[in-house]
Ligand binder design. Structure first.
Ligand code: GLN
Ligand code: ZN
Length: 743
């Protein structure tokens, strides 16, 4: 009979208990003992859920107080020097200092860098290596958790990140592979300790096997795993996920490991090739339950697909989710308000455990065939592609720029902001009252109108050139649109960890998307009525709405994206008709949808760029389209950004040096339209000095022609307070005036 297991489970707790406890601890509201108790409780619940679903093993080591990569950095002694001075007086606080720069004890310090975990919206803490990096094993936390689980009666499978993936994730040295010989002894020792702790199996994650690996990285696998296998007293399960193995498949299966896990959701075509190369002493773990989405699995499909494999492999077939369930909400049972019809289509992590059990039973000889999930009819991808071709504005940028500048008569170096203004406690309170029906729709609207009027008034006083309405009506830039579009399901508790204690609650795309009525027009129209200066209409782009939602599984992503683009195009048309002449369509998530493998890039950019262009394909030449992205390293996606052909793009750049801007100024012609590289960092509470901003502007003018340069902050201002925002923007406007007068 096939065995079941998972690669990892979410650690936020079914009701985000861990998040609450962490934040309370950081604020000094609870002590460390109380925090530790909540962590232990979450772990116990997670393990219990796995045992109750009859999994062969309980996976241990996937818990983290902040991040699993940071767990490993501390386990191997990878602690950058700046953390030694002013160290905290206990280990957990020191851990939090590395994670977030501060903890209840120890001096504040610059936190570790954070970046996205492969193509997910989870952020890990980047290991910082030095050329003379030394490693020293201290696996105390992992061994303690193994013991803790064993004492609760679990048959434990510890999980660790493999040495090659761990090194690949780090920064600070030119070739991280050079550090491998020094790191390996720690892994050898670690495997010995885990075997001593009676771990029958150890799971080693090497997701980089799903990437376009350089030769030297691929070649490092065999000798590395020779050493690990030799040392290990436990059996080793090598796991890969998020991407097909392709040219790395042979490498993975030839390693001296006792089993290999593949992501059969991302690469169903690799099940057969994998089964074919599997050695007689190896197990094949197939991840068929999607760890990246919330839909119930079509178990009938997998029953049919896997029956021959199960017959052939027997106990050597393991069933699992495609990747760790970290990327899925915890428990559907906590969704009190969700319609039953919707609930029946969904599976969160706990329900996915049940699915594994059902599938296991369905693969027993003689098991009855499972009922298939009904499929919906939708438009084919080919139709979509066809529609995306040749939907773009009739005029070229230079033609548009001429009419736009005649219409707007903006000064050189026009000043603007990215959209949101501070979301104050008062505003949140009003929103809460409205949600709980303590105030009426008209009261709520009156509050928002007052807020908009205030935001416009302040911008007028500051002397900004292109204004915004401030986005007071939005709690989240995707949820706000998802709530107004048909085709989305909104959950009450569908939280997924984004980083540390931060969680996101992506809406679920459940069907064909359409726009029943205008979503932003009345607010923009009202804001514009208060000023003679242009007020930007503010939309979230189709690619970002798609990438920050759980997508459908029954149609390609391109189909949903085009549907969103269509809805947004109607909105753009309505804004234009209402007299809004500058419309910003934010696409901060364009980059994170880029496939992990180069071979998928062209296809993605074709439809993603096509959908963005579609949203503004019908506007008049004198309507100015802006877009915004919250990062500055565009090298890999520069062509796509140029292809968006927005009249103006605002980007993050204050925290990066000017080299990153070279892409925009760059040799290949750079960015041909107008550009506003953020001139100060909105993530920090520090108010930038005027002189500093003047300098920055001159630096920018060295790479960007003056007639193309806009002046704006890095990103939206909603997380800041008014005192900071007021002074920072005043300095920004003053600095711009200084430079205008001098050039
Ligand atoms: N317009 C949005 C805002 O200002 C953009 C947010 C973002 O880029 N993430 O808040
Ligand atoms: Zn931004």
């Amino acid at each position: 009979m096939a065995q079941t297991h998972i690669l990892g489970y979410p650690r936020i707790g079914a009701r985000r208990e861990l998040k609450r406890a962490q934040e309370a601890y950081w604020k000094g509201e609870i002590d460390q003992r109380a925090l530790l108790a909540v962590g232990a409780q979450v772990r116990a619940q997670n393990w219990q859920a796995q045992q109750a679903a009859g999994l062969a093993f309980t996976t241990v080591g996937d818990f983290a107080w902040y991040d699993q990569v940071l767990n490993h950095s501390l386990m191997f002694g990878v602690v950058p020097e700046r953390f030694t001075a002013g160290a905290a007086d206990n280990q957990l606080d020191q851990y939090f200092r590395l994670a977030r720069g501060r903890a209840p004890s120890g001096e504040p310090v610059a936190a570790s860098a954070m970046t996205k975990w492969f193509d997910t919206n989870y952020h890990y803490l980047v290991p910082e290596f030095t050329a003379d990096q030394q490693f020293e094993l201290d696996a105390e936390w992992l061994l303690a958790e193994v013991k803790e689980a064993q004492s609760l009666g679990h048959s434990v499978k510890p999980v660790i990140i493999g040495p090659l993936t761990y090194l690949w994730l780090g920064r600070g040295v030119e070739n991280a592979l050079d550090l491998l010989p020094r790191l390996l002894p720690c892994y050898v020792e670690l495997l010995k300790q885990l075997a001593n702790a009676a771990a029958q199996w150890v799971q080693i994650d090497e997701p980089i096997l799903g990437l376009d690996l350089q030769e030297n990285w691929r070649e490092a696998f065999a000798p590395t795993y020779e050493i690990l296998a030799e040392a290990s007293g436990s059996k080793l399960l090598l796991t890969t996920y998020f991407s097909p193995l392709r040219e790395n498949l042979e490498t993975a299966f030839a390693l001296p490991v006792d089993g290999v896990h593949i992501d059969a959701v991302r690469a169903p075509e690799e099940i057969m090739p994998a089964a074919a190369v599997l050695r007689k002493d190896q197990v094949l773990s197939v991840g068929v339950i999607n760890g990246r989405n919330v839909w119930r699995t079509d178990l009938a499909h997998w029953q049919a697909e896997l029956l021959p494999v199960a017959k052939h492999l027997g106990e050597r077939l393991w069933l699992s989710a495609s990747c760790s369930l970290l990327h899925t909400p915890v428990d559907l049972e906590t969704e009190a308000a969700l319609a039953n019809a919707d609930k029946q289509k969904l599976a969160y992590s706990r329900q996915k455990l049940d699915e594994l059990q059902l599938l296991q039973r369905a693969l027993k000889p003689g098991a009855p065939a499972l009922a298939a999930i009904a499929k919906t009819e939708s438009r084919s991808e080919a139709d979509v592609r066809e529609e995306l071709v040749s939907t773009w504005r009739a005029q070229t940028y230079p033609e548009r720029a001429a009419v736009q500048s005649a219409r707007w008569q903006l000064p050189l170096l026009p000043t603007t902001t990215i959209g949101s203004f501070p979301q104050t406690d008062a505003l949140r309170e009003v929103r809460r009252q409205f949600r709980n029906q303590e105030i009426s729709q008209s009261d709520y609207d009156a509050h928002l109108r007052a807020e908009i009027a205030e935001v416009i008034r302040r911008q007028e006083i500051l002397g900004l050139d292109v204004l915004v309405h401030g986005e007071a009506e939005r709690n989240d830039m995707v949820e706000y649109f998802g709530e107004q579009l048909d085709g989305f399901i909104h959950t009450g508790n569908g939280w997924v960890q984004s980083y540390g204690s931060r969680c996101v609650k992506p809406p679920i795309i459940a069907g064909d998307i359409s726009r029943p009525s205008a979503m932003t027009v009345r607010w923009s129209e009202y804001a514009q009525s208060l000023s003679k200066k242009p007020v930007k209409g503010m939309l979230t782009g189709p690619v970002t709405i798609l990438n920050w939602s759980f997508p459908r599984e029954d149609v390609p992503r391109a189909v949903s994206c085009l549907q969103i683009a269509k809805a947004l195009r109607q909105e753009v048309q309505d804004l234009e008709a209402a007299g809004i002449g500058i419309i910003q369509i934010d696409e901060p998530a364009l980059r994170e949808g880029v496939p992990l493998r180069e071979s998928g890039h062209k296809d993605y950019f074709d439809w993603a760029v096509g959908c963005f262009r579609y949203t503004c394909s019908r506007v008049q030449p004198e309507t100015q389209i802006h877009t915004h992205m919250c990062y500055s390293n565009f090298n890999a996606i520069m062509d796509a950004i140029v292809a968006l052909d927005a009249d103006v793009i605002t980007i993050e750049s204050a925290r990066s040096d000017l080299r990153l801007l070279q892409a925009f100024a760059g040799e290949g012609g750079g960015y041909p339209n107008e550009i506003g590289p953020g001139i100060y960092d909105i993530h920090s509470p520090n108010v930038p000095e005027r002189a500093e901003l003047v300098n920055r502007l001159y630096q920018l003018l060295e790479v960007i022609p003056v007639e193309k340069l806009w002046v704006n902050p890095d990103c939206g201002l909603k997380t800041r307070n008014w005192a900071e925002v007021g002074s920072a923007l005043l300095n920004m406007v003053e600095a711009t005036r200084t430079v205008r007068a001098e050039i």
